[in-house]
Design a protein around this ligand. Structure first.
Ligand code: XMP
Length: 326
């Protein structure tokens, strides 16, 4: 049996032995796995690590700022921040099919990432936050056992043309171990215990065509929902509703409905709140959020986000619905 500080020492020694004095590149998404991988590798080799953070325009409110604050400012990690939102938005224009959108977002990520890595020709290693369940899942995919309902193009997929060796220091760890490791490495618990966020980001939470206007409205609405979930504490458990749910987010519906505001009639967009409880994300129950919490979130979104005048709550289980709407 091992303790976390022991584990860090062993993992650090192993990384140093593997890469020697080589340079390493890592695609930092802001998610738990790539963040913990970055913190661990940085602990091992410091400035031999360069992270690339791609802003695809489909991230949550202030996500880019938070990633830079945590890694560049707080931990002193070398991070290249690429604002590629115009490129992603351009390629997504006119595309409505969910799988087509996933493919475009995955493809553009690879393109941007490759272009950035080309600027670091001395790099010999590509680091990824692959964890043990990913290893199992892709083994299943290769043998045809995994039944693909949605193609997952995660940040960090290795482009075959890149002649880099893979560095995957989290390959043997389960998610809860990765989180523990992250905390032991000094990452904030709010980062380490974040809900999962899909690789295509808000791209699959805006139904149909992705537009800048929709992404901006969604970002504000989603930030309000998450803020209120974190602020609302359940008396029975003493936990807040962000902790009591496994995943929670807002979905943008590109339809308009009529409302009334003051003396005037409004004709604005609708958003849906989605919150689920699950242990494995294969099946999920909709979360029984308190009515006063739902009411507060709805009021705040309608009052604070100009362009949205109606909020609905998704009460569909998985199956038959999926967690994401696309
Ligand atoms: P569904 O919607 O299939 O989601 O019930 C199950 C879990 O997978 C996440 N998800 C994705 N993650 N790329 C990802 O990295 C994707 O394209 C993708 N689609 C769904 C979803 O957020 C949930 O946690």
């Amino acid at each position: 049996s091992w303790t976390m500080p022991n584990y860090i020492d062993v993992a650090v020694a192993k990384i140093r032995e593997q890469v020697g004095s080589d340079e390493v590149i890592l695609g930092l998404s802001g998610g738990v796995d790539s963040s913990v991988a970055a913190a661990l590798i940085h602990r091992a080799i410091g400035n031999q690590l360069t992270c690339v953070f791609v802003d695809n325009g489909l991230l949550r409110l202030n996500e880019g700022k938070q990633v830079m604050a945590t890694f560049a400012e707080h931990l002193g990690v070398k991070v290249i921040h690429v604002d590629a939102s115009a490129q992603f938005m351009g390629h997504l224009a006119g595309v409505t099919d969910p799988e087509a959108k996933r493919k475009i977002i995955g493809r553009e990520f690879v393109e941007v990432f490759q272009a950035e890595s080309a600027k670091l020709p001395s790099a010999k290693w590509l680091a990824q936050g692959t964890i043990y369940p990913d290893v199992i899942e892709s083994a299943g995919a290769k043998t045809g056992k995994a039944h693909t309902i949605k193609s997952h193009h995660n940040v960090g997929g290795l482009p075959e043309t890149m002649k880099l060796s893979l560095l995957e220091p989290l390959r043997e760890l389960f998610k809860d171990e990765v989180r523990e490791l992250g905390v032991a490495l000094g990452l904030a618990p709010e980062l380490v215990y974040r809900h999962p966020f899909p690789g295509p980001g808000l791209g699959v939470r805006i139904l149909g065509e992705v537009k800048q206007e929709y992404a901006d409205l969604l970002r504000f609405a989603d930030a309000i929902f998450i803020e209120e979930l974190r602020a609302a504490v359940d008396e029975k458990t003493g936990k807040n509703w962000y902790e009591l749910t496994s995943q929670a987010f807002v979905v943008f519906l590109p339809v308009k409905s009529v409302g009334v505001m003051g003396d005037g009639r409004t004709y604005d967009y609708v958003v849906a709140l989605r919150a689920v409880v699950t242990s494995d994300f294969m099946t999920a129950k909709w979360a029984e959020l308190p009515y006063d919490l739902l009411g507060k979130v709805s009021n705040r979104i309608i009052n604070e986000v100009k362009g949205i005048n109606r909020v609905v709550y998704d009460v569909s289980g998985k199956p038959p619905a999926t967690i994401e709407w696309e």
